[in-house]
Design a protein around this ligand. Structure first.
Ligand SMILES: Nc1ncnc2c1ncn2[C@@H]1O[C@H](COP(=O)(O)OP(=O)(O)OP(=O)(O)O)[C@@H](O)[C@H]1O
Ligand SMILES: C[C@@](O)(CCOP(=O)(O)O)CC(=O)O
Length: 550
């Protein structure tokens, strides 16, 4: 429950009213500044802003299976990012604010045309909406857990500074890159062709299209027309990272070393916990993990580490729960994984408005209960195919490293042909080995697709519905396409393709002729980071330069 009524024992039992027109003069004398951001109370609001960005993801193998340890999934992070800008709401503290136990929180989402005001208790971190009925549970939990993490980790001296910083109010702005959303309707309304160039002509952070269609089947459409890149995880991670950095719990500005890894781990734990709380379920967590760490091979954490927090929250103060979660046994695995050289990730949006993952997972779980033997066989087959695809990628990466010139030449030759002509491109042993590995990867993907499709039919949900099967078959028969599939849980989200060399442009044309929009998004292995400037001021030309496909 987020908007809890005031509890007994909270000294200011009613949150003080916000007076946005009042100028707050302060006679506070601050302790001498420390390296921490906490010491920056009273500075210019813009100078105090912390901006963090976290990437969206594409799960290329491991959908559903990844929910159970020790099954692994390959997740690629992308250059589509959520950005969170955190700064104080007021430039000075009010003289009487030391007695307050509530502060103000303003949450702005310009793309959704939403602005929400909250009061936040500084005792138990409960949030009360004071201005609007539209809620954002992901951000609400992110704020509560990040602030609780600061209280849980700071000594008393730092807690005093923290309190002062929080009493300046928190102003959070959230922005999601266009790639997270479907702009097909806008493109059609503007009479533009369904091409990446048209997408690139949209201004950054264009307003989001809401799904209006009523669902008549079991699978409901999400609130916004999205592409399936994991908006909630990227958004939660960006907010947690920006806030933890703003409050001085972590310093994400140096990008290497053990300390940076430790900081990322703290961001991960808080973002993952907040995300699960907001979703009301414990998913596999690959989306939060890739939003924090970037592309990797992921094995999930044991769900108990979160479920014990979910239980404890009823009886323990949030600060203590968060302290325990931070000390918990996080046993997820993340190992290095990236696409072999000269291979690219492309996404094609078929225009069906996305799918709701939780209801798909529920249907698969019901099927597992109702037909344990068949579902076990399917999972075994899927797991083998996933492992085989991973092995072929690894083999191709090794071949690239060992025989770079031959590898480069084979990949570029194959990139110009449909797969049926690839064997002709290999004349000697090493090239033949490379082409064999390409076919190995294709076969593994075909196997994955057939098991996923079967699972969907058996569970009564559209994991690889016929319309996507048709699209994926066309895609896999296009020049230079290594493989294609439905990412993650499947459904009607954008499909992915892995292309060779510069063949992405020809795939974008093929997709366009099938009424499928090639998105601008690409793989970018980087995870969460802090930025130097507001993304609205530095993205004017980025859409244009990213039109180049391959
Ligand atoms: N720019 C934005 N500002 C604020 N909230 C946003 C913004 N974009 C999306 N949201 C909110 O983020 C949430 C996304 O959650 P949802 O469950 O739909 O996505 P998801 O599970 O992460 O999906 P997917 O993996 O398919 O992208 C929704 O509540 C949506 O309203
Ligand atoms: C079905 C599942 O394995 C993957 C969901 O992936 P996506 O949100 O559709 O990208 C669920 C999960 O891993 O939490």
């Amino acid at each position: 429950m987020l908007c809890r009524p005031n509890r007994e024992g909270d000294s200011s039992d009613h949150p003080p009213p916000i007076d946005r027109h009042k100028s707050y003069n302060s006679d506070y004398i601050l302790p001498s500044p420390t390296a921490s951001t906490l010491a920056r109370v009273h500075n210019n609001l813009e100078e105090m802003a912390v901006i963090a960005s976290a990437p969206g993801k594409v799960l290329i193998t491991g959908g559903y299976l990844i929910l159970e340890r020790p099954n692994a999934g390959l997740v690629l992070s992308t250059n589509a990012q959520f950005h969170a800008i955190v700064k104080p709401l007021y430039d000075e503290l009010r003289p009487d604010s030391w007695a307050w136990s509530w502060t103000d929180l303003k949450l702005t989402s310009p793309q959704m045309g939403r602005e929400t005001m909250y009061k936040m208790s500084l005792k138990h971190f409960a949030l009360q909406c004071t201005s609007s009925e539209t809620r954002n549970p992901f951000v609400e939990y992110a704020v509560q857990y990040a602030v609780a993490a600061a209280y849980a980790t700071f000594d008393n001296n730092k807690k005093d500074l923290l309190q002062k910083l929080l009493l300046q109010g928190i102003d959070i702005t959230i922005l999601g890159d266009n790639d997270f959303y479907s702009y097909r309707n806008e493109i059609e309304a503007r009479g533009l062709p369904l091409t990446p160039e048209s997408l690139a002509s949209l201004p950054p952070f264009t307003s989001i299209t809401f799904n209006t269609e009523e669902s008549n089947g079991q699978i409901s459409k999400p609130e916004v027309a999205k592409t399936g890149l994991g908006s909630s995880a990227a958004m939660t991670t960006a907010v947690v990272a920006a806030l933890l950095n703003y409050l001085g719990v972590v310093d994400l500005s140096s990008y290497s070393g053990a300390q940076h890894q430790e900081n990322l781990d703290v961001v991960h734990i808080i973002a993952q916990t907040a995300h699960c709380m907001a979703q009301g379920k414990v998913g596999s967590g690959f989306d939060v993990s890739s939003a924090v760490y970037g592309s990797h091979r992921y094995v999930r954490f044991s769900p108990q580490v979160i479920s014990s927090a979910q239980n404890a929250i009823r009886v323990m103060p949030l600060e203590e729960v968060v302290a325990d979660v931070l000390k918990g046994k996080w046993d997820h695995e993340r190992t290095k994984f990236s696409l072999p050289p000269l291979m690219n990730l492309l996404l094609g949006e078929p225009g069906t408005g996305g799918s709701s993952t939780p209801s798909m997972v529920g249907a698969v779980k019901n099927w597992q209960k109702s037909d344990p033997q068949k579902s076990l066989d399917t999972w075994k087959g899927l797991s083998e195919a996933n492992t085989k695809l991973e092995a072929q990628f690894k083999l191709l990466s090794n071949l690239a490293e060992e025989y770079w010139e031959i590898y480069r030449s084979v990949i570029y030759s194959c990139s110009m042909y449909q797969s049926e002509k690839w064997t002709e491109q290999a004349s000697e042993t090493i090239s033949q080995e490379i082409v064999k590995a390409l076919f190995g990867a294709r076969d593994a993907m075909l196997n994955i697709r057939s098991h996923m499709k079967f699972m969907g039919m058996a569970a009564g949900i559209p994991i690889e519905p016929d319309s996507q099967t048709e699209l994926l078959d066309v895609t896999m028969n296009t020049c230079g396409v290594l493989l294609a599939g439905v990412p993650g849980a499947g459904g009607f989200d954008a499909v992915f393709a892995i292309t060779l060399g510069d063949s992405g442009n020809s795939l974008a044309k093929t997709w366009s002729s099938h009424n499928v929009l090639a998105l601008l998004v690409r793989e970018d292995p980087r995870g969460v980071s802090v930025e130097n400037s507001d993304p609205r001021t530095n993205q004017i030309t980025s859409g244009i330069s990213s039109v180049k496909i391959a």
